[in-house]
Design a protein around this ligand. Structure first.
Ligand SMILES: C[S@@+](CC[C@H](N)C(=O)[O-])C[C@H]1O[C@@H](n2cnc3c(N)ncnc32)[C@H](O)[C@@H]1O
Length: 165
């Protein structure tokens, strides 16, 4: 796993309207390279819900992001709806997703995308960064239109896909 470059992070987070973003969900933060940048921009009354499957990363994130706006969940992005429910949050304004859709079983991918669509506020956005375009057909099935951007200045050139609800 390589951390995202500052160019990828900048281009990704440029797509967020920070003054209107109250609830942000991040899937697969790893060691929190993008998490830290989200927190630098997030408003004081905002909430950042982090979902990470790897227990060691969860432990690291909990120790390193001691911020009242952060809620860390150890589990799968497929369970985003029930996690938000435990926080009494109805909708997310943005979901920022760094999990590898091309290597997971198609049924899990479909489930995560459908659950993500369900919890996004109408007008909200699903922002995905990946090393391949393999996820695009599945994104189109669930979200319709998909905007794409290519970021060369990353250890592996990356793609950003953005979908509106
Ligand atoms: C490529 S790393 C992302 C690294 C980090 N976001 C960055 O930009 O530096 C992918 C992360 O997604 C996590 N992950 C994979 N599948 C997941 C899932 N279904 N739900 C939550 N996290 C997942 C992995 O444990 C890993 O930490």
């Amino acid at each position: 796993m390589w951390p995202s470059s500052r160019y990828l992070t900048r281009d990704l987070l440029r797509q967020v309207e920070w003054e209107h973003a109250r609830v942000i969900v991040e899937y697969g933060p790893g060691v929190g390279t993008i998490t830290g940048e989200i927190l630098r921009r997030l408003r004081d009354d905002g909430v950042l819900v982090i979902i990470e499957r790897n227990a060691e990363f969860v432990d690291f994130l909990q120790r390193n992001f001691d911020d009242p706006r952060v809620r860390v969940f150890h589990g799968s992005a497929a369970d985003v709806a029930s996690m938000l429910q435990t926080l009494a949050i109805d909708y997310a304004d943005y979901i920022i997703s760094g999990i590898p859709y091309s290597t997971m079983p198609p049924s899990l991918r479909e489930n995560i995308l459908r659950e993500s669509h369900k919890v996004l506020r109408p007008g909200g956005a699903f922002l995905v960064y990946q090393f391949t375009s393999a996820v695009v057909p599945a994104l189109r099935r669930v979200f319709g239109d998909v905007r794409q951007q290519f970021v060369l200045r990353n250890i592996l050139p990356a793609r950003i896909f953005s979908c509106s609800r």
